[in-house]
Design a protein around this ligand. Structure first.
Ligand code: GLN
Length: 381
């Protein structure tokens, strides 16, 4: 089972959030926004509940949402998917990832990711009985060397999971790198699963979906969601897109995990998505300002954070402060400074020593919250 693989329960995000609540700390740990999504979107969901969208949605997702997702992917990311056969609505991107890994990874198969990685990737590989093989990435770019990825492949490699924009580092994978990695996978008969939940939150550079590079049509599955971009993380509206035969295989697993979920949320997202552009642009600017505030606060405290290109998070190395174990520092910050963060080691192999002195801090928060957190840190420093 999961626990035998050293996967923690509860997750690091829940653990740190409950510690933060206990000590009344400013929560820059778990990545969720302080501000709920746009009123119009919230009202659409409430209306859908009131007017009777309360029984099971179709197993593949509401047709309106599948249509909206296909249009959205064409308009924003320049790729075509058939809403009937190449889109699967899931309970957040998390379920899309879990169902995809469970569909294709058999016990003993290997799955490659970079390290650090999002915790759910490691956990679902463990659930499937797979072996998690990691390629370390480091500052300043946090991008993998494709030759190192190639060297990590064996004849048991079944899947490469890419996360762009990347949690926790905020790296955005450039098109030529994606093209190399996808070509490598196509050649070696390896599937690619891209986790792109921060696709709309890119501040520097440009998001390229894994599907948009040559040869991707047959090997790339993409997980995305409404949670991050529309600031409704609790709605758990996600989707998986990719080749019809692979999407059908994932659907076969998904139907026995949750079968389906939240028709009212699906309909609200379906209706709002085509007119979301102004809100998406506003959010990007709000978070860019949050990022800059967090970066300058950390600098004022004497640290040298990596400025992320995208996402919700800043990462920072505490070794200039003589810290070797950032997990202990994170717990100490909660208790004595009143600031909650996430140790990056929780997003690395338990049996390794990658990024032990690093912390991750979230900026998807109100400016006043980030400001208060940074004031507390400067006083603590
Ligand atoms: N994706 C969120 C983060 O990285 C956490 C989601 C969760 O709590 N499982 O902070």
């Amino acid at each position: 089972g999961l626990l035998r693989h050293g996967v923690p329960a509860p997750t690091v995000f829940e653990t740190m959030t409950s510690l933060a609540l206990e000590h009344d700390a400013v929560n820059l740990g778990q990545g969720f926004p302080d501000q709920d999504g746009p009123d119009e979107l919230l009202a659409l969901a409430a209306d859908a509940v009131r007017t009777g969208s309360n029984q099971y949605a179709p197993g593949t997702g509401s047709p309106a949402l599948r249509q909206a997702v296909a249009e959205h992917r064409r308009r924003h990311w320049g790729v075509d998917v058939d809403p009937d056969t190449q889109v699967l609505v899931t309970t957040g991107a998390t379920e899309a990832i879990a169902a995809a890994v469970l569909a294709f990874v058999s016990p003993g198969d290997e799955v490659v990711t970079v390290e650090p990685f999002y915790d759910a990737h490691a956990a679902t590989i463990a659930l499937a009985g797979g072996r998690h093989v990691t390629v370390p990435v480091g500052p300043p770019s946090f991008l993998p060397d494709p030759d190192e990825v190639a060297a990590a492949f064996t004849d048991r490699t079944r899947m490469l999971i890419l996360n762009t924009p990347h949690n926790p580092t905020g790296a955005v994978y450039p098109r030529p790198l994606l093209a190399r990695l996808v070509a490598l996978c196509a050649e070696r008969d390896v599937l690619v699963l891209t986790d792109e939940v921060y696709d709309h939150l890119v501040f520097d550079g440009e998001h390229v979906t894994g599907r948009a590079v040559p040869g991707a049509e047959d090997v790339v599955l993409t997980a995305s969601s409404a949670g991050k971009s529309l600031a409704v993380t609790g709605w758990k509206v996600g989707w998986l897109t990719g080749p019809a035969d692979l999407v059908a295989a994932v659907r076969a697993v998904k139907q026995y995990l949750t079968f389906s979920s939240g028709p009212a949320y699906q309909l609200a997202v379906a209706e709002y998505l085509p007119r979301a552009d102004a809100y998406l642009a506003e959010q990007r600017e709000r978070y860019r300002a949050g990022r800059d505030l967090l970066v300058s606060g950390l600098r004022a405290a004497g640290l040298d954070p990596v400025v992320p290109q995208a996402g919700y998070f800043v990462t920072v190395d505490l070794s200039p402060w003589g810290v070797e174990d950032a997990r202990a520092a994170a717990e100490d910050w909660i208790r004595t400074a009143g600031v909650c963060s996430i140790p990056v080691s929780a997003l690395c192999r338990a049996d390794g020593d990658t990024m032990r002195s690093w912390l991750r801090l979230a900026f998807c928060k109100d400016a006043s919250v980030i400001g208060e957190g940074m004031d507390r840190l400067v006083r603590h420093a």
